[in-house]
Design a binder for this molecule. Structure first.
Ligand SMILES: Cc1ncc(COP(=O)(O)O)c(C=O)c1O
Length: 406
C-alpha cells in the first residue's frame, strides 16, 4: 500500500527562520541529534493519521477524524464516565455554582469540592489521608524529590516517563538513582541490600479505578469497589504512598497522593504545585466527585462490563494464536507485530477498516513489543467489540501478528 502523503506543515503559523531550522538542520546541530533520536516517531507523525490526529466529533465511542467515523479504541475512559448521562447532567449545576475555573492556587484557597473528593477518596482507599493535585506529572515532579530527600530511589525499569523526570529532579537535589528490572522483585531485593542509604524510595506505576479489593462476591477478577492496587493485594498503607490519576477511569484532569496525614501537611508547604500551580477545572472536580458517587453505587457493574469486553478481545487473540502482552485481563490489550517495521502499514490497515487504535512504537516500547493496543471501556458496546475482531482476522492474514509459539 503506498504511503499517504505527509501532512502539510502549518507554514503560515511558523516563522520563516523556524521553518529553515526544521527543514534543514545542520547534521551536527542539537536539533538534528534530537530528530535522529525521535526518527521513528517523527516518521509515524508525518505519515500516520492514528497519531497527532484532530478529532472533529464524538458519538458514544465513535470519533470522526478527517470526515471518517472510527471506533475509538484509544480512549482511556475505562469506566465510560466521560459519556455517562449522570455525570453529564450533574456538571452544569457545578459550573453555575462555581464558574468554570477556580483560579487560585491551592495554597490560596480550594473550592469545597476539593475536601469533599479527598474525604470520599480517603474512605474508598482506606488510606489515612489524600491530597489532590492537577496531574500525576505535577505529583511525580514535586513529591518524589521530597520523599527521596538525599537518599536512594529504586526505579522500575518500565516506570512512566513522568516518574523518571521526578527522579531526575530528586537526583539534582542529592538523591541517588538505581534502576531495577520491571517485574523482578528478587533483583530489587538484591539492590536494596546493596544500597542501604536512606531514605529509600521504590517507584513504580499503577492505575486507579479498575482494580479493587478481592471478594467472594466479585463479578470479575478486577475485584470490587475499584479501591486500588494496595487494597487489591491486601496490603496496608504502611510504608506505601499511592499516587494515581483520575484522568483515565474517572475522565477528569485530577490526580492524588494517598498516605499519612503528616505527609499531606508537609506536601502542602513543600510541594510546588500546591503552592504555585493552577488547580483543576470545576468540570473535572465535579466529574471526579460524581464519578466517585457512581462508583459506590454501580462501579462494579461497569467493571464487569469492562472485563467482559476485554475478555472477548483476549480470547479472540488466543484463538488466532497471537501473543498479547496482556496477562492481567486489564483493559489495555497490546498486540505486537511479527515484524516491527510493519507498524505504519498495520496502523493504516486498522484505520482503513474503521478502527482507531493506539500505536505502540519504538522507542516508547522495546522493538519486540512494537504493535498496537486496543483499549476497552465500559462505554464500548458489544457490537463495537465485534467489529475489530473481524478486522484482526483480516489483518493477521496480511500483516502477521507475533505468534504465541514462534
Ligand atoms: C502511570 C502514569 N503516570 C503518569 C501519567 C501522566 O499523567 P498526567 O496526565 O496526570 O500527568 C500517566 C498517564 O498516562 C500514567 O499512566
Amino acid at each position: 500500500m503506498p504511503p499517504s502523503p505527509a501532512r502539510p506543515r502549518p507554514a503560515a503559523t511558523v516563522p520563516a527562520a523556524a521553518v529553515d531550522l526544521v527543514d534543514r538542520p545542520a547534521p551536527e546541530s542539537w536539533l538534528a541529534r534530537w530528530l535522529t533520536a525521535c526518527a521513528d516517531l517523527e516518521e509515524l507523525f508525518a505519515h500516520h493519521q492514528l497519531l497527532d490526529a484532530v478529532i472533529q466529533e464524538v458519538a458514544g465511542r465513535r470519533i470522526r477524524v478527517d470526515g471518517r467515523w472510527l471506533i475509538d479504541f484509544a480512549s482511556c475512559n475505562y469506566l465510560g464516565l466521560d459519556l455517562d448521562p449522570e455525570v453529564l447532567a450533574a456538571i452544569p449545576g457545578y459550573l453555575q455554582r462555581w464558574g468554570t475555573h477556580p483560579s487560585w492556587s491551592r495554597m490560596l484557597g480550594s473550592p469545597a469540592l476539593y475536601p469533599q473528593i479527598e474525604e470520599h477518596l480517603t474512605g474508598l482507599l482506606g488510606a489515612e489521608d489524600a491530597l489532590l493535585l492537577p496531574t500525576l506529572t505535577h505529583i511525580h515532579a514535586a513529591v518524589i524529590p521530597v520523599l527521596a530527600d538525599q537518599g536512594t530511589i529504586f526505579v522500575d525499569g518500565r516506570a512512566h516517563k513522568t516518574i523518571w523526570d521526578g527522579c531526575v529532579v530528586a537526583r539534582a537535589h542529592g538523591a541517588s538513582l538505581v534502576r531495577f528490572p520491571h517485574g523482578d522483585p528478587a533483583a530489587l531485593e538484591v539492590l536494596l541490600r546493596r544500597h542501604p542509604k536512606g531514605p529509600r524510595l521504590v517507584c513504580m506505576a499503577h492505575g486507579f479505578g479498575v482494580l479493587g479489593q478481592r471478594s467472594r462476591q466479585e463479578s470479575c477478577p478486577y475485584g470490587v469497589r475499584g479501591n486500588g492496587v494496595v487494597r487489591h493485594l491486601g496490603e496496608t498503607y504502611d510504608h506505601i504512598v499511592l499516587t494515581a490519576g483520575f484522568s483515565k477511569a474517572y475522565s477528569s484532569l485530577l490526580a492524588f497522593i494517598a498516605g499519612p496525614s503528616a505527609l499531606k501537611r508537609l506536601l502542602k508547604v513543600a510541594a510546588p504545585p500546591y503552592l504555585y500551580s493552577e488547580p483543576s477545572p470545576i468540570a473535572s472536580l465535579a466529574g471526579a466527585l460524581v464519578g466517585l458517587q457512581i462508583n459506590d453505587r454501580r462501579g462494579d457493574e461497569l467493571r464487569a462490563v469492562l472485563y467482559a469486553r476485554t475478555r472477548r478481545v483476549l480470547d479472540h487473540l488466543d484463538k488466532l494464536g497471537a501473543i498479547t502482552l496482556n496477562t492481567s485481563g486489564f483493559p489495555i490489550v497490546e498486540v505486537p507485530l511479527a515484524d516491527p517495521e510493519q507498524l505504519p502499514r498495520a496502523g493504516r490497515f486498522l484505520l482503513d477498516h474503521g478502527i482507531y487504535a493506539t500505536l505502540a512504537f519504538y522507542p516508547g516500547v522495546p522493538r519486540r513489543e512494537v504493535g498496537f493496543r486496543l483499549q476497552l471501556t465500559a462505554a464500548t458496546t458489544d457490537q463495537q467489540v465485534t467489529e475489530p475482531l473481524a478486522v484482526l482476522d483480516q489483518l493477521a492474514d496480511t500483516i502477521p501478528l507475533r505468534p504465541r509459539h514462534p
